[in-house]
Design a protein around this ligand. Structure first.
Ligand code: SF4
Length: 338
């Protein structure tokens, strides 16, 4: 990380959803969806939040976007705290932070032509005057996402899934965003289309200096686009480091299990899969100690009672595992086993 102030800082973010029950509809418990997550993103950087479905990664994205009120913690954009900002002050923040969702079809109004879909944020934020100027901006956005200018007069259903996702990206760019949250943005696409959209995002990042928070359940997807990766399990970050470190020398057993499931180009290559048994436990009643202990092949007594803290294990590399901080032989034993 540079010494420059990060664009986005998330500090000890918590989002607990209340569960209501009984005749009086009282709170009977909580879903601990996000439970103390911290990270930052520099200008022009991509951080990927990765983990299995239900680990809380999309909730983090929605909490940053203020789609949910948060339970605890702080979110800062360019040094300004935004999680408790009034609606009127929040407006410029909304211009700077945009989102691309997984399903472009349901997130684009089917009754609007692409021109009008893209014109909406331009007009909302007062970025152009008059019909001609708005249309020129819309056409420039189509150039950026490599779609033909004359297709602005078509409806979303007239485009393929990949093209619709390009329209979703154009809409995120329309207000002049400098941070885009991509929430499983390529998960529903075919492999070749997925690669094209990832290449487009990388090119746009180079061209515009965009920061990306890339949320994905799949490590293989983020490998070619991310600068750093944060691995989440049951509402917490268990490991965070740069991409190269993650793929070469990750420490956490959960990360290593996810990595062992990433397909390799050579199907004859020998590799040891770490098969995780059981489902992810319920976030309503997370396991004591290390939340991963019910599925970890290396769990020992301490894991069941004492929660491991996220601690630095190398430059810009932190891991939350008792084994990681144990003597070197223990880590080596895990590496050999994995
Ligand atoms: Fe496994 Fe224990 Fe490390 Fe948790 S703390 S990941 S249970 S070895």
């Amino acid at each position: 990380m540079s010494g420059v102030r990060p664009l986005l800082e998330v500090k000890n973010l918590k989002k607990h959803f209340p569960i209501y029950g009984g005749l009086l509809g009282l709170t009977t418990g909580h879903v601990f969806a996000v439970d103390g997550v911290s990270f930052d993103i520099d200008k022009g950087e991509t951080l990927s939040l990765v983990g299995e479905s239900g680990c809380g990664k999309s909730t983090v994205g929605k909490a940053i976007l203020r789609l949910y009120p948060i339970t605890g913690g702080e979110v800062h954009l360019d040094g300004e705290r935004i999680d408790n900002m009034s609606a009127s002050k929040l407006r410029p923040m909304r211009q700077r932070v945009q989102v691309v969702f997984q399903d472009p079809f349901s997130s684009l109004n089917p009754r609007m032509k692409v021109r009008d879909i893209l014109a909406e944020p331009i007009l909302n934020f007062g970025l152009a005057n008059g019909r001609r100027e708005v249309t020129e901006r819309v056409e420039a956005l189509m150039d950026k996402v490599r779609l033909p200018r004359d297709s602005i007069w078509r409806f979303p259903h007239e485009f393929s899934g990949g093209q619709r996702q390009r329209i979703g990206i154009a809409r995120a760019l329309a207000p002049g965003a400098d941070l885009i949250i991509c929430d499983e943005a390529v998960s529903a696409l075919d492999v070749s289309v997925k690669a094209q959209i990832i290449n487009l995002l990388v090119d746009l990042q180079d061209e515009l200096g965009l920061a990306l928070l890339f949320i994905s359940h799949d490590l293989a997807t983020v490998e070619h686009l991310t600068h750093r990766v944060a691995v989440m399990y049951l509402g917490k970050i268990v490991e965070i480091c740069d991409r190269r470190t993650l793929f070469a020398t990750s420490h956490h057993p959960y990360t290593r299990a996810l990595l062992s499931a990433v397909p390799v180009p050579d199907p004859t290559a020998k590799r040891n899969r770490i098969i995780l048994t059981g489902d992810v436990p319920s976030p309503i009643n997370p396991p004591s100690g290390c939340r991963f202990h019910t599925r970890c092949p290396f769990a020992f007594d301490r894991c069941r009672t004492e929660e491991p803290m996220l601690r630095e294990v190398g430059s810009g590399h932190s891991s939350a595992c008792h084994l990681t901080h144990a003597p070197g032989e223990a880590i080596e034993a895990m590496r050999v086993a994995a």
